[in-house]
Design a binder for this molecule. Structure first.
Ligand code: SAM
Length: 309
């Protein structure tokens, strides 16, 4: 019997799904089952694979797509903002996560949406051999996007969830550019010095006081001139704008075909978010001693904030 190596099977399944994305076709459940069955040598009911792994494979296919077409796409569009509609269309070809595990749901442990990850990776302007800390690295989707663009970079993936890190470990099995730390970013010694500290969709889980303390910790952990990038969901600057962001998000997820019960669960989870406005966070980053602080990308609720040590 052929031994199935999980990392290799993930890659094989992702490659099998890539042509669908190239043809602008949605990855639906039957296509996903076929690719997973072929790569893992069995079905989900046999226990050869599970749906959480299948969704990670879809992300892997999107990373392959960006590896192949990302640079050309960005060049053609002229800026990450102009590339966003196409990236959003690619993200829309991913299946909805109706079978995500309850643990993932409870801890909001989903990967960064691909358009935001791509914008963040572009904003980060990491040089080829930067040393990067990603607090809240989750399953490593953003780290994978970064390594696509900067193959000589080294990345430390920190996360408070061992389950998420396990997926990242599987994604980067045998890749000595990546290592892993299980820790709470709010209390951990961030180590360093790092050329880049980059976070995506995680700091909004912290209370504002903890955000400020984290920004100070990040400033202290960067090399002189090192870069902090925070790709985040932000609070509207006024109640009226917050309301507008919420309406816009709802319209977007409905248009993307996300089922109603999944939207309800997401709304429930979002009650625990502690989002802060762009302006507040930029001010806290300056207070922490960061320079050249800026919002380099924004699309409604999603923003990429950065500053240098
Ligand atoms: C939405 S995911 C984003 C994952 C990743 N940044 C990406 O781009 O795919 C949020 C991650 O933040 C992690 N997280 C939340 N609070 C954390 C904390 N205090 N310390 C470390 N990680 C945390 C969660 O476990 C989860 O993996």
């Amino acid at each position: 019997m052929t031994e199935i190596v999980p990392g290799a099977a993930l890659t094989r399944a992702a490659h099998q799904l890539l042509p669908l994305l190239e043809q602008g076709q949605r990855i639906d459940a039957p296509a996903l089952r076929i690719a997973m069955g072929a790569a893992f040598g069995g079905s989900d009911t046999d226990g050869a694979w599970d749906w959480k792994t299948a969704y990670d494979v879809c992300e892997g296919a999107a990373v392959l797509f960006l590896r192949k077409y990302g640079k050309a796409l960005l060049r053609k569009a002229g800026s990450p903002a102009a590339a966003l509609p196409l990236l959003t269309r690619i993200a829309g070809l991913q299946p909805s996560h109706t079978r995500r595990s309850e643990e993932s749901e409870a801890f909001q442990q989903f990967s960064t949406p691909i358009p935001l990850g791509f914008a963040a990776a572009t904003a980060a302007a990491i040089t080829a051999d930067d040393i990067v800390l990603e607090p809240s690295a989750g399953t490593g989707l953003l780290a994978a996007l970064l390594l696509e663009r900067m193959p000589n970079a080294r990345i430390t993936c920190l996360d408070a969830s061992d389950g998420m890190l396990d997926e990242a470990r599987a994604r980067f099995a045998g890749d000595d550019r990546v290592d892993f730390v299980l820790a709470d970013m709010a209390t951990a010694d961030l180590g360093g010095p790092w050329g880049v500290v980059m976070s995506a969709l995680a700091i909004h889980h912290l209370e504002d006081a903890a955000k400020k303390a984290l920004f100070a910790g990040v400033r202290g952990a960067l090399t002189p001139g090192g870069l902090f990038v925070n790709a985040e969901q932000v609070l509207g600057p006024t109640p009226a704008l917050e309301e507008r962001y919420a309406r816009r998000w709802l319209a977007d997820v409905r248009a993307a075909g996300v089922p109603g019960d999944e939207i309800d669960r997401a709304c429930e989870r979002m009650r625990f978010d502690r989002c802060a406005s762009v302006e507040d966070q930029l001010a806290w980053m300056r207070d922490a001693g960061l320079a050249d602080v800026d919002c380099t990308f924004k699309s409604w609720r999603f923003a990429v904030l950065s500053g240098r040590a």
